[in-house]
Structure formats: C-alpha cells, structure tokens
Design a binder for this molecule. Structure first.
Ligand SMILES: [Zn+2]
Length: 646
C-alpha cells in the first residue's frame, strides 16, 4: 500500500506540474511507466484510492445527465458595455464604502462548471445550468486534469471555473480531424463537457480555469483576493492575470491591459470581470433579482482595430507640450480610414511597448484621432524603443521635462503658435466660423499671422492669391472675424489661453467683470477661487506680468475686441451687490436663487472673495461661510433672503 500511495502522490504531483503549472518536470514515458505500475497494483490489491489518477480515464458513457441543485446560487454578471457604465458602477460601489477595492480578471468564453468537495474529496461536478440547478457532469469533468481530487480543506466546498479549450489545442484538433472540425472554442468546450461519453471529453483536451469560491461551509473567505489564493494553494488551475485596484483609473488601466493582452493568450475571452474585492461590501450591496450588484462583466466594444506602427512622430500643442503621434498602416475603424493614432507621452510608449513595426490595437475615443491601447505581441522586445527627443523636432529648442510630459521651451515654436491660433478660433472660444487649422496654417506660413490680434488686421487682399479662397469664402471669413469682436469675458479668457485655464475656471474669473480687475488679483485671491489651483494661479500671474502679453491685450482692445460687461439690471434690491450662495435653501434650487439675485440687480458669484458683498447661508453651509466670517462679509440666512425677494 505504501508503494501505491507513493505512486498516486508522485503521479498527482507530476500532473499538477503539467496541467496546472504548465511546467512539466517529467517525460510522458516516465509518467506512463508509473501509471501502469499503479494500475497493476490496484488490480491486485482491489483498492482504488479516491484521488487515484486512474479515476481520470472517464469510465463508460452515461445514459443522460442527472440534475444537481447548487448549494449556493451561481449568479451570472450584469454587462457594462461602455466606460461610462464602468464609471457608474465604480461610483455606486464607492458610495457604499469609500475604501472598497476592486479586482479585475479575464472573462473566459467557455462553459461554467461548479465542483463540489466534501471532507477533502472531490465528489461532484455540474454545469451552471440556470444558476440554481445544473447537470451532473462528474464523469466528464473527471477526465480534466487541471484540478485536484483531494484537497486540504475539510468542510463542504463549491468552487467555480470555466471549462475551456485552448485555441492552439482546438487548431491542432481541427488539423487532425478535418471531418469533425470544431467551429469555435466556446462551442467546442461546451460540447466536450456536455457529452454523454466521457472519453470524448478527454479527447478534446478540455481544461478548467478556476476563478471563484462559491460556497464554503466553514471559515468563508473575506475577499476575492483570498479566494484566488485559496484556489492556488489547493492546486486548482487559475490564470495568472489578477489585478487589485483602488481607483477608477487603475480599474480602467487593468481593463485596457486585458483588452490588449487577450489577443495574444491561448484562450478565448470576451471581456473583463470587475468585482468588489471585500465580501463585507458585497453583502452590503446585495443582489438584484438577476445579478449581484457588486460585480460587472466589461464586454469590449467593436470599435477597435489592429494595425502596424510605421513611424512615431511628435506633435507640439498650444501649451508647447510634445505628444507622440504614431503614423500607422491605413485601417478601417468605425467607418473611417485611420492613418494616425495618439499616445499620451513618452512613458506611455514604453509602458505599452510601442515600437516601429509593432502590431498595435487602436480604439476610437472621443477625440478625432484614435488612441493606441498597446502592442499586441511581445515579439518586438529586440527592437529598440523610440528615442526620447532631446530637442524640439520643429524648432530645435531645448526640451523641458515637467512631470510625465515634455515641453518645447520656445514660445514662438511654429506648430505651437498655429495651435494657439486655432484654439482661439474654436466654437467655445472666439468662435470664428470657417477658420480651420488648415487655414490658420496657411495664414501663418503665407501672411505672417502670429498673434490673435493679427487676425483682426486681415483684409480681403490678405486672402488674394491663396489657393481655395473664392470671394464668398473670404466674405464669410471676414464677417466671422468681425463678429468675434463681440465676445464675453469668459470666452475671451478661455480663447487667450490665460494660465491654460479651462472653461470652468474662465467662468469663475469672469465674475470679476473685466480683464483689468482680473489682472489686479493677488495669488491669495486667485487660489481662493473654487476651480483654480496653485499652478494655474501662478500661470495667470505670470501671464499678466508679461509685457508682451499686455501689449497683445492692448492691441486686441484697440482692434475692437472688448468683452462687454455682463448685462446688469441696474435696479433692484441686490443692485451693486456681489452675492455668494452657500449650503442649500429649502425654497429655491441654487440656479433659481442665482437667477432671482441677478434679476434684482446682483451678481451671483460662486466663490467668496474680497469682492463679495453678501453671503446667503443655507443648510449645511461649509467653508465658504467660514471664509465670509473671516473676511467680515455680511451674512444672512434663508428667511432674510426671502424677505429681500418680496
Ligand atoms: Zn519647438
């Protein structure tokens, strides 16, 4: 019996190395020799141990599948198709527990099976079925080698995995059985397991990848990470990719990594699974009638394509930032032919393994130019990565490195100026209709347009002799330029790119009423605004301190570009007042209250500053109230506010 136990343990260990670890330590011949010896011993002793590898041959065909009720229901997952839905899921979880962590794993495309153990022994395998009841496929699953017959855990256990057939195994099978070729790996795996003859299951080379503990009678595990550790420790085959994430960015990065990685792995996958790691958070979130609320399956969108990188170029943006731009082999994506794709920065190139000649996956995003998600195969490792530019590729000026990004230090770098001018003309800025990037580039090259104010010096003659400019087009452009003089302060601030501010910060600043008033703000006053941070505050100060910028503002003004002061109602109880609302009011929404204030002559501002003359404090007023007290600004409550409105 000692010899028999030794043979069982040795053969099981070798099978574990071969089927679970993918790291065989012994030849098939050695295995067969010991296996034959074991079989002979079992015949003479008449004893077959429950974990004997001879049980794995599969036995006789069965007449039909018996039904089996799962101890715990096997849920399927809610599908989230878009990034927005993934973000919404993230928000829901974080509202339940701000510290919640997430796990990101591959979603395999095969047949879900559930294996039951009791007292350390494998006793049954069943399909998921409808989640409550499945079919008993013990005889079939026994022929699969990627799980143990004996485990250390002694309680009742149900583990969950996906029965799959490797793509390479499927290919080989189809080559060797041309008359019985299997269409795809999912159907092949399902057909192989749900087959009345277990020998057929064995022949197809099915394996099971385990990813969850569905039920544990004693000491249930606290998290998904602990469940994966448990499965590995007990000898179940798991897939090595497993990410534990805290932020939405980390979750998205892990999902992106799967989206790229799945092209080169040997299994059929159709997405990523994102789960809440902690069981306590899961319990708090619970289930809908169909799905757990704490997990989703992220299915990849079709708007992706594979292509090859031809060249990596650098683009200079309006801030001087250098962005890598890959020229790629033309490929159809979402109805358009794509020849260029972007990357974020140099670190992004390295992280995503992008090289000239590499096969990459690109995805259409909200931007016009699609982004590179990553290189598909790891075969380019000998090709050196593209070099990090040491000088600006357009003007040869020195490069400044700020955080993860590179910047051209030359403020008159040609592409940078073209981008600034183009930005000035966009819809949310000065809104000069018809002034495209191509037109700007032409005016830059042929007519010496450099400054925003140069646009207002353009005449009909400026366009004569430029290709593609007929009378009608010139008239339209000139009238669009003229119209742009009528601009709000908010849009002008954004158009000029002062301190690189966005539209939200521009709106905050515009509350000060004029460029002069903004230019007079101190650092402290700037950072006290809700949407302006330290870097932006310094950039705004630097902008107004620069003589060249001040000259440009004067030129714009004399060209007639002067933002109108916001139309104010001169009469009313709030006339001349700058009013800030903080907290919530019972009788008005914030927007309604602001409208009432403005209709009665006041300015409704969002931040408390020296310019504030009155603060209305509602329920749960926060830091703005503290600040108003510190500055000695008059504060009134809701009742008083309502009285003023009367
Ligand atoms: Zn440059």
């Amino acid at each position: 019996m000692d010899r028999q136990r030794y043979l069982i343990d040795t053969l099981n260990r070798w099978a574990y190395e071969y089927y679970v670890l993918d790291a065989p330590s012994h030849s098939d011949r050695e295995y067969d020799r010991l296996y034959d010896e074991l079989k002979e011993l079992e015949r003479t002793t008449g004893i077959v141990a429950p974990d004997s590898p001879t049980r794995r041959v599969g036995g006789e065909p069965v007449k039909g599948f018996e039904r089996h009720t799962h101890i715990a229901r096997l849920y399927s997952l809610d599908k989230a198709v878009t990034e927005d839905e993934l973000a919404a899921f993230f928000t829901r979880v974080k509202k339940t527990d701000g510290d919640a962590e997430f796990t990101v794993e591959y979603k395999y495309d095969g047949l879900t099976v559930c294996l039951t153990y009791d007292n350390g022994e494998f006793i049954r395998a069943s399909t998921r079925g409808n989640g409550v009841e499945g079919e008993d496929v013990t005889a079939q699953v026994l022929t699969v080698r990627s799980f143990p017959l004996k485990i250390a855990y002694r309680g009742t256990l149900e583990v969950r995995g996906e029965a799959v057939i490797r793509l390479s195994v499927l290919e080989k099978y189809n080559r060797e059985h041309p008359s019985d070729s299997l269409k795809n790996a999912r159907n092949a795996a399902a057909g192989a397991v749900r087959n009345l003859d277990p020998k057929m299951t064995r022949e197809k080379g099915v394996e099971i990848l385990f990813y969850d503990v569905n039920y544990m009678s004693e000491q249930p595990l606290p998290s998904q990470a602990a469940a994966m550790e448990f499965l590995k420790r007990e000898g179940f085959k798991t897939f090595p990719f497993f990410k534990l994430c805290g932020t939405l960015e980390e979750v998205q990065d892990a999902v992106d990594e799967i989206e790229v990685g799945r092209r080169s792995i040997d299994y059929l996958t159709d997405g990523a699974v994102v789960k809440v790691n902690g069981v306590s958070v899961r319990e708090e979130m619970g289930y809908t009638d169909k799905f757990p609320r704490w997990a989703i399956a992220y299915k990849f969108e079709a708007e992706e394509a594979e292509t090859t990188v031809r060249e990596i170029l650098w683009q200079v943006g309006r801030t001087g930032k250098l962005t890598p731009l890959a020229s790629v082999e033309a490929v159809e994506l979402a109805g358009a032919t794509v020849r260029r794709a972007t990357l974020n920065n140099y670190g992004d190139i390295m992280r995503k393994n992008v090289r000239v000649g590499a096969r990459v996956l690109i995805r259409r995003s909200n931007e016009v130019i699609p982004e590179i998600l990553g290189a598909i195969d790891g075969t380019m490792s000998e090709t050196p990565p593209p070099e990090k530019p040491s000088v600006c590729p357009y003007c040869g000026s020195a490069i400044t490195e700020l955080g993860a990004n590179l910047f051209c230090s030359n403020r008159t770098c040609p592409p940078r100026v073209v981008q600034q001018l183009t930005h000035y003309c966009t819809k949310n800025a000065a809104d000069i209709e018809g002034m495209s990037e191509a037109t700007v580039r032409l005016l830059y090259a042929k007519r010496g347009v450099r400054k925003f104010s140069d646009l207002y010096a353009l005449t009909r003659e400026s366009f004569s002799g430029l290709e593609g400019f007929k009378d009608k087009k010139i008239s339209n452009l000139l009238s669009a330029i003229e119209k742009s003089k009528d601009i709000t302060l908010e849009r002008l601030l954004y158009a000029l790119g002062i301190g690189q501010i966005g539209r939200v910060a521009a709106r905050d600043l515009a509350e000060f009423g004029s460029l002069e008033a903004i230019a007079a703000l101190t650092y402290e006053e700037l950072i006290s605004l809700e949407n302006i941070g330290e870097i932006t505050a310094r950039a705004i100060l630097a902008y107004f301190a620069d003589e060249e910028n001040r000259e440009e503002l004067r030129r714009l003004k004399s060209a007639g570009v002067e933002p109108k002061r916001r139309e104010r109602v001169a009469e009313g109880v709030f006339a001349g007042q700058t009013v800030v609302l903080t907290g919530s009011l019972a009788s008005y929404s914030r927007t309604e209250a602001q409208k009432r204030i403005e209709s009665l002559g006041g300015v409704a501002a969002s931040s408390v500053t020296n310019a504030t003359t009155l603060v209305i404090a509602g329920e749960k007023a926060g830091s703005k109230l503290d600040k108003a007290k510190k500055l000695g600004i008059p504060i009134i409550g809701e009742e008083e506010f309502l009285n003023m409105l009367k």
